[in-house]
Ligand binder design. Sequence first.
Ligand code: MN
Length: 285
Amino acid sequence: MNAFSQPHPAQTAYRSVFISDVHLGTRGCRAEFLADFLKQNKCENLFLVGDIIDGWRLKRSWFWDKHHDEVLRLVLKAARAGTNVVYVPGNHDEMLRKYISLGIEICGIKLQMEAEHTTADGKRLLITHGDMFDSVVRHAKLLALLGDWAYTAALTVNRYFNIVRSRLGYPYWSLSAWLKLQVKEAVKAIDRFETALADDAKARGFDGVVCGHIHHAEMRPVNGVMYLNDGDWVESCTALVEHFDGRLELVDWVARQKLSMLARPAPKLPPAATPEGATARALSA
Ligand SMILES: [Mn+2]
C-alpha cells in the first residue's frame, strides 16, 4: 500500500484521489487544509487536475509559506512512496504544458496534457482541467459561484442602500433582484461548461470526465456520461475520491473535519485569468 507522508492513525485509503485548483503561490490557497487532507488520506493514484501551482501572474504577487511547502513535500513524498502521481496542468500552470511533449517526469510526477483512468469497476474516465471550454463561461457575470451567504449579505446591503437612496430622493432599486439575475446567469454558464465537457468526453468514448477549473465541485450524469468536478482548495476544500470498489465520492474536507473557512482573514482571490477581470475571476481562476 502506498502512503502519503507519515502514518496517521486516522488515515483513510482510497484507490484514487483527484484534486485541482489548489493555486499554490497565492494567498487564497488553503494549503493548511490541503496538507491536513494529504496527511490523513492515502491513495494508489493521485491526479493533480490543473491550477495546482499558480504561475499565471507569478511575478506580480507571489505568496509562499510553510503550508505551501508542506503540500509540495507531501505530494513528492507520496510519489516517492509509490503513489502514481499524474499532473495535468491547467491555465494557471500552463507554463508546464510546453514541457509535456518532452515526456517529462519530475520527481516521479508524470506531466500529461490530459490523462485517462479506468475505475475499479471498469468506468473509463477522461481527466482534463477544463479551461479549453472557457468560451462557454466567459460571459458569466460576477458573483458567479457565491453561496447563500452572499445573497443574504446582499439583501442586508440592499436594505441600507435603499434607505440612503430614498433619503436622497431616489426611487427604490433592487440590488437583490439584480444579484439574483447575475446568479441565474452564472448557473446557466456552469451548466454550459458541464455540458460541453460531458459531450466532448462522450464523443471520445469515455464514460465520464474529471475536471476542475470553475471551482465548483459536482458529480452528476450529464447527457449520458458522468460529469465529475473535483472543486478547489481556495473557495471550498474538495476532492474527488475513488474507493477500492470503483465508487466515486466528493469529499468536502472543511465540512468533514469541521474546519472553518473563516479561521483566518478572508483570502485574496488569485489574479484574474482573462482580461475580463473580476467578472471572469470566479469562473476561470
Ligand atoms: Mn483553471
